[in-house]
Write a protein that binds this ligand. Sequence first.
Ligand SMILES: *Cc1c(COP(=O)(O)O)cnc(C)c1O
Length: 387
Amino acid sequence: MDLSHIINHLGEDREQYFESVSPPLMQSSNFCFSSVAAMREAWPREFDSPLYSRGVNPTVSILRKKIAALEGAEDALVFSSGSGAIAAAVLSQVKAGDHLVCVEMPYSWSDKLIRNTLSQYGVEYTMVDGRSVAAIEAAIRENTTLILLESPLSMTFELQDLRAVGALARKRGITTLVDNSYSSPLYQRPLEMGIDIVAHSASKYLSGHSDLVAGVLAGSKALIRPIMQTEFMTFGACIAPNDAWLILRGLRTLPLRMERASSNGLAVAEFLEQHPRVERVSYPFLKSNPQYELAKSQMQGAGGMMAVWLKADSIQEVELFCDALKRFLMAVSWGGYESLILPICAWYADENTGTSAQPWNLIRLYAGLEEEEVLLEDLQQALEAMG
Ligand SMILES: *Cc1c(COP(=O)(O)O)cnc(C)c1O
């Protein structure tokens, strides 16, 4: 992959816009025609050239080309959110009477899509422990049309064997969809491992600056084109040209940002793992990870996200740690420049009363782009503050 060519040049027709280095922002909903003949001729190309921006917008088209190339795909679509992208892809692959297999504990709104929305339309599902290829295989039925994966999982970071599941699904004629947000296209390329469709929340690494919400899909033309002509156009979760432009800008530094988040991520994971107030750390590239070999075989990097289970006797101790952190912001989301924590105890009224499937001593931590020493020092003082 010629990474810098994709990021710096691909899809940018500079001679069409005054040789400007940065592409113009086509902030237009609409594109006009000089004659009836020209308009008549445009209809059949509605999905290929600018007509109305819910479908094709030139600024968004540049981004589509870059995302497709980064994932090694024939085509890509850009949506107004990652959830919108995932919902469109899932809905394109199931109808009433079909069955889908999904990895257990996926991103919360993927989970709700399957359990709450699809079940209302007669789509059956089985949630399985994704660490076991055998469990995934055993869940497949006659009417299974889709296997939905998320590797690593976005709360506790267990992996699925993408090559094995891809091969298994191809043999049975089942479509596979992977949420690849954790790794970005730089550190995991599922299509090359036999997966059919890749989804990302572009709100995370792809845009990288915590200033917009967006999503993408990438895959073969045969899969992406029907999604565009149906779910993409009817649900209308299209991205605003301004947000697409910001993602183009974010992509320019994606390799540098991924490198920094990864080196900080590993340093923080190794530091926390040896600390007496930490029970366990889940980070794909820690040698203690039971799936370390699999992680190394299908990912080229592990970014900044991890799960940390504190050794604490009470929620209050966890709160002392969280509230003492000065350089980690407390928030959802991740993948930006800033380090973050998401304390699961925020879903608990007390140790015995919670609405999360995860335990109250779990903290999801994202190491951002700060200096490594700054992050380690902040964690050290916050762990001491636990008492
Ligand atoms: C954030 C996230 C999503 C949802 O994306 P939005 O852009 O917030 O809609 C999906 N999957 C994963 C793994 C995420 O982290």
